[in-house]
Design a protein around this ligand. Sequence first.
Ligand code: PLP
Length: 399
Amino acid sequence: MTNKLIYLDNNATTKVDERVLEAMMPYFKEEYANPSSMYDFSRKSSNAIKEARGVIKDFVNAKDEKEIIFTSCGSESASTAIRGVLNYDRNKKHIITTKVEHPCVLNLYQTLEKQGYSVDYIGVDSNGELNLEELEAAVKDDTALVSVMWANNENGVINPIGRISEIIKSKNKDTKFFVDAVQAAGKIPIDVQANGIDLLGISGHKFHAPKGIGALYINSKTMITPLIAGGHQERGKRAGTENTPYIAGIAKAAELAVDGLQYEATEIKRLRDKLESNIINKIYNARLNTSVANRVPNTTNIGFEYIEGELILLHLSDLGICASSGSACTSGSLEPSHVLRAMNVPFTAIHGSIRWSLSRFTTEDEIDFVIEKLPAIIDKVTAISPYQKELQALKELRK
Ligand code: PLP
């Protein structure tokens, strides 16, 4: 392959920023001490962790840095929060989530269901927006926990987290609220206090830190039973020697993300909108799977009717273009995405849906290249579709 790489799959993972790598290096090389040790040599690594905790506290606007623990990833943050709350108080057996959560929440809820929890999965409309009346009706006296993602990984839709918290707390002030903010962090401002959040998870590799580091906010009024037993690290909430270089890395990435929020909201959004409108206007069988304005600025999800997404991805890949036909975790199989199914995306478009996700490293030239090359790829794939009659009718309709 001779083409330059055009990486438009930033909701799957992101490139590590050079400045993040630089911030991590001393803790691999010279400052490798165990931060819990007593000698002077460990001071730099324990200070780095203290500083990083302060940065993440500010990143999510927590009240106190004691409310932040470091984890290995977004999935661990979600499991620690959900299992942690339920294991601490085993009396309440009702929990609520949405039909469009990431598998790290959905699969855990399904396991909990088998273990005796009663679960409500709240639906979304055709734009991917959560049914708040259904959510309100679901909260009961014995609801231990509600888990709602801040932004969806497949369609980018942002949930009204503050409003959702009000709904939950007005029905049951003791119900805990966990927010999976993995796809929101670095793309929009995060404020746990302003939004009434009890627990919130983030993952470094979605905002230019490496894979293998995440964080969890647990407010001071929320108790959890830890998932990992062992030493006293993370105030007893997550045992295991702290991963100093990665902790320094996620903190640097968070600082850079805050500095870049304005760029996300303007420039990345402009490039996303350019890509989106050009595809929709140039390709007759393209269908925007959600058009809501309230989306993270980097994401669009477009269905190409009557054709296979995997074939489109292969042709894109030949040109060095990376996108995704669903979330990274589901694209290994041909199962249609659970998010698009919950949105009732017509079956004619669901298999041909492509998620495009940009980052601060995406350039205008790259977007122009995709806009130039995509129509011919779609033509090629459309030519071998068994649905020629339907495609002809669609062409007439959209002329
Ligand atoms: N939550 C959401 C919304 C995600 O998109 C992802 C990853 O794609 C995760 C959680 C899991 O994060 P990690 O890969 O860090 O475990």
